[in-house]
Design a protein around this ligand. Sequence first.
Ligand SMILES: *Cc1c(COP(=O)(O)O)cnc(C)c1O
Length: 432
Amino acid sequence: MTKPPAYGFETLAVHAGTPPDATTGARAMPIYQTTAYVFEDVDQAASLFNLQSYGYIYSRLTNPTVAALEERMATLEGGRGAVCCASGHAAQLLAFFGFMTPGASFLASNRLYGGSITQFGRSFTKFGWNAKFVDQTDPDNFKRALDEAEDCRAIFVESLANPGGVVTDLEAVARIAQDAGILFIVDNTMASPYLCRPIEHGADLVVHSTTKFLGGHGQAMGGCVVDSGKFDWSQSAKYATLAEPEPAYHGLRFQETFGDLAFTVHGHAVGLRDLGPAMAPMNAFLTLTGIETLALRMERHVANAEAVARFLAEHPAVDWVSYAGLPSSPYHALAKRYLPKGAGSVFTIGLKGGYEAGIKLVEGVELFSHLANIGDTKSLILHPASTTHRQLTEAQQIAAGAGPEVVRLSIGIEQREDLIRDLDQALAKTVV
Ligand SMILES: *Cc1c(COP(=O)(O)O)cnc(C)c1O
């Protein structure tokens, strides 16, 4: 047998999970806008319901278009399997649902997407899941926090943190999780698998909001959990849901039965079945299409972000620029190690004119869109203190990296001279 060729990232981004349609020959992945699938006979139906054979039953659990995206995501992240779902927050819920039980805890970086801080810190407590936030600038802080966390089962970080500029020392944190025998989960949304592949640096699970760079065009909500397939669920009673008999499936043991696909099968057969946040087939189709140009887009996103960040760092109305792609950033060395192709295209700046200047800037731009999203082909701008973070006190805003003078930019793929000209004219209006 000849060894199959090891295709490169750009090739896999176009081909993985989407061979020509077996029935029609259609070259693009069809949108299976379908909810249920006919059983061949009663025996085949029984075998599907017992998880003794793979196949489609009902699109809350699996759908052919969504399955194609799952295969592509697992391939691009170098994982064993993937579960796609309705949004990035649904992916986080599914990731933790796989192994958390009431009273258990996990450690999370305190530099996360604001919505994740709220999901973990507030809503997860209703399930009895306790998140403990840790200052991730020193990875040893996770080791120290482990001693105080009761029944701690995971460490959660973002590879490149939202809002931008912060890079996590993935291998240092992975070692701490591994020594403690707990899971290491990495949110890779801001980097995308083109810039960073966390499983190569020790991540057990990788989560994504596919809403951002993967879909890439601001059209489709989506989320994904990729499993490395490397975590041994039987090493501790903490992970009994995946290692011990599951009553809903006649005492089936997921790890014993499915090996390194245990988490992926459980994510569909229990997680999606019971929690319900299935991804819409149309959104899987749009995301598959988006991923085909991921490499091209990320190259342009990064080149544009570097040019815009350099321009802003020199601008008299700008106090500071927090972008790991700039040599002046304290995270530049970590960015070179974990994000060698570039530090993404989302970053924050501080305006000398404070809160008023922030408002004038978002109102003064013409090409940038003032909205709360990132990872679009179009350039986006947000003043957190007057929008996403306005309910917080000023002290809380500053702690979250969203002080009154802070503006977040998500640099798109337009011509960079146009972006610089737009920011320049809008910045002129901030100086009175
Ligand atoms: C947007 C985002 C999320 C949440 O994803 P949704 O698709 O909006 O639910 C989680 N993590 C990061 C880093 C994000 O940027």
